[in-house]
Design a protein around this ligand. Structure first.
Ligand code: AMP
Length: 582
């Protein structure tokens, strides 16, 4: 048996924290926070971006959501602010959408817990009052959408003359949303001496141009774009199920119940997640064991032994823990999180489908990480099928099928003689089909078939970039963020359908035709403006998905629009129009 030494990067350093992060130059309080969060090693973008950012250099980074880019710019930002006195605010992070503003604000708070860094998140559609109060009290870090940041600058409630660090996150999205002028106007208010980091999933010329205007000798970072060597990516069936964050655990359990693997590896990003997922799976009747860098060698040996002998069917692991292990080929690799790079993805799925055996790789995908998945597909030259999570009905059908198969197998065995007499006796006084159905029901129940399942809301599966290739409807995207909440302009789709509710005062309507019917935003805006005689400027976000579209309309106009559109034709077709329920 191969000796299972823990991989070197999993061995805690003298102070007990991840040597990977310590080597990047992060200070002890941040290392302690990362340790509490269960991060075992830096992601590629973190490894590349943290040292130059800590050194005060400007950085131009290409990275999608899911690569760990938020920590890549936030950790050095926090450390630099903690060194020396600052005027407030000392840092400004600009992001394209309110959802991202909230997420980044939470991340700053989480990573800055030990440093007691204060943060405020400001975005359009939110009341000004609390934002004024927070800015007036003084905060270290402001996370803002550009339109609302500019509003505050004009009202002189946000003063940037002393900021030391500015981050432009998802810069390509900000430009797509029409924020280019706003960004220039905001950056003009900041001192020339500040440090600037710009992160973007793509690097088209207009991003280069904004970087050229606002960054000084930036260190350029782009992770792993080289295709993996031909033949290194295993040929296994790969599927990703898109699911909103609150349902990730339920989706994992559903996928495992559907697959019924004999032996599977479930990968998580952090130690904390590994422990949580293991507890959850055991609670649902799976035999799961955790393995991560925080465990002692004897503990790890025991877990591996149980997995090899089949006592444990699911091994829940971090990448670091799995790296040094001699794990037998498994039938399924499940990514509870999409890994932060293509290399790690290839490494994970290489645990299945070995030596010509069948294997499957399944990913539980956050809707925001579709872009990262697509880049992994490109790099690995593999097709990953993206699908909604199987429904409760799918699962019930699967369980019934398992019961049928189990009964059929038992019928072919020659050891049912003693039950034959019982069956014959029962059949003498009752209908044989009723008898068989009752027996099947008992088998079904003993297999856990009657366990109650929760509904997991479907997140519509997005085609790659359905909206961007189309013309944007009238009105500037940025208006939505800038103006008063009661009068939004058209807001382009964030491509993250179903993730957030509509803006305050707005309702989403469902229109039963989408991308596959050739529907464009112009068609929808035109139909609503012409048929319902409503000014197109009153409309909010528009999302065009494969088979339907969602349009945000003012609450007060929703029923009129539904009524009129329901009777009209869109692109010559009659379509279903109704209120959208998440
Ligand atoms: P982001 O790309 O910034 O949206 O981050 C994606 C996810 O990865 C977030 O849930 C982070 O908490 C998580 N994450 C970031 N860095 C690490 C790391 N080094 N190890 C484990 N998880 C991480």
């Amino acid at each position: 048996m191969k000796h299972e030494a823990p991989p070197s990067s999993a061995i805690p350093s003298a102070h007990g924290f991840s040597p990977g992060f310590a080597a990047l130059g992060l200070e002890a309080r941040l290392l302690a926070t990362l340790d509490q969060l269960g991060y075992e090693e830096p992601t590629p973008i973190q490894r590349e971006a943290i040292p130059p950012l800590l050194a005060g250099k400007d950085v131009l980074g290409q990275a999608a959501t899911g690569t760990g880019k938020t920590a890549a710019f936030t950790l050095p930002l926090l450390q630099r602010l903690a060194q020396g006195a600052n005027a407030r605010p000392a840092a400004l992070i600009l992001v394209p959408t309110r959802e991202l503003a909230v997420q980044v604000g939470e991340a700053v708070q989480r990573y800055g817990k030990e440093l007691r860094t204060s943060v405020v998140t400001i975005y359009g559609g939110q009341a000004f009052g609390p934002q004024f109060q927070a800015l007036k009290r003084g905060v270290d870090v402001v996370v803002a959408t550009p339109g609302r940041a500019l509003d505050h600058i004009r009202r002189q409630t946000l003063k940037l003359a002393q900021v030391r660090v500015v981050v432009l996150d998802e810069a390509d999205e900000m430009l797509d949303m029409g924020f280019a002028d706003d960004l220039d106007a905001i950056l003009e208010q900041t001192p020339a001496t500040k440090q600037t980091a710009l992160f973007s999933a793509t690097m088209p010329p207009r991003i280069k141009s904004i970087a050229h205007r606002h960054l000084t000798h930036p260190v350029e970072i782009s992770i792993a774009k080289e295709p993996v060597k031909a033949g290194t990516a295993p040929r296994v069936q790969q599927t990703a199920y898109v699911v909103a964050k609150p349902y990730r655990g339920a989706a994992l359990a559903r996928v495992l119940d559907m697959a019924g693997p004999k032996s599977a590896l479930v990968f998580c990003r952090t130690r904390v997640e590994v422990d949580e997922v293991t507890v959850m799976l055991n609670g649902r009747g799976h035999r799961a064991e955790a393995i991560h860098g925080g465990m002692s060698q004897p503990q790890r040996d025991r877990v591996m032994q149980a997995f090899r002998t089949g006592q444990t069917e699911l091994l829940v692991a971090t990448d670091v823990a799995a790296r040094g292990l001699d794990i037998p080929s498994v039938s399924h690799v499940i990514n509870f999180d999409l890994p932060s790079s293509a290399e790690v993805y290839v490494h994970r799925i290489g645990r299945t489908g070995r030596a010509g055996r069948e294997g499957a790789a399944i990913t539980i995908l956050d809707p925001r990480e579709e872009r990262l998945l697509r880049s992994i597909e490109q790099i690995t030259k593999a097709k990953v099928t993206v699908a909604p999570v199987p429904s409760v009905a799918d699962l019930l059908a699967k369980r019934l099928e398992r019961t049928r198969a189990a009964v059929q197998e038992a019928m072919q065995a020659d050891d049912i003689g003693e039950f034959r007499g019982v069956a014959e006796a029962l059949a003498a006084s009752s209908d044989p089909f009723t008898l068989a159905a009752a027996a099947m029901k008992l088998v079904f129940q003993s297999q856990g078939g009657d366990r109650v399942e929760e509904d997991i809301p479907a997140v519509p599966v997005r085609r790659p970039e359905p909206y961007r290739s189309m013309q944007r409807p009238g009105g500037r995207a940025g208006d939505r963020d800038r103006g008063a909440p009661s009068r939004p302009g058209n807001r382009p789709s964030q491509g993250r359908p179903g993730r957030v509710g509509p803006m305050a005062g707005m309702t989403r309507i469902y229109i039963g035709a989408g991308w596959s019917a050739g529907i464009t935003p112009g068609d929808l805006v035109g139909a609503i403006a012409n048929e319902a005689r409503i000014n197109s400027k009153a409309l909010g976000g528009i999302e065009i998905l494969d088979r339907f579209s969602l349009v945000e309309v003012p609450d007060a106009m929703a029923s009129k629009i539904i009524d009129v559109l329901g009777r009209a034709r869109i692109k010559g077709q009659k379509v279903v129009v109704r209120l959208f329920r998440e």
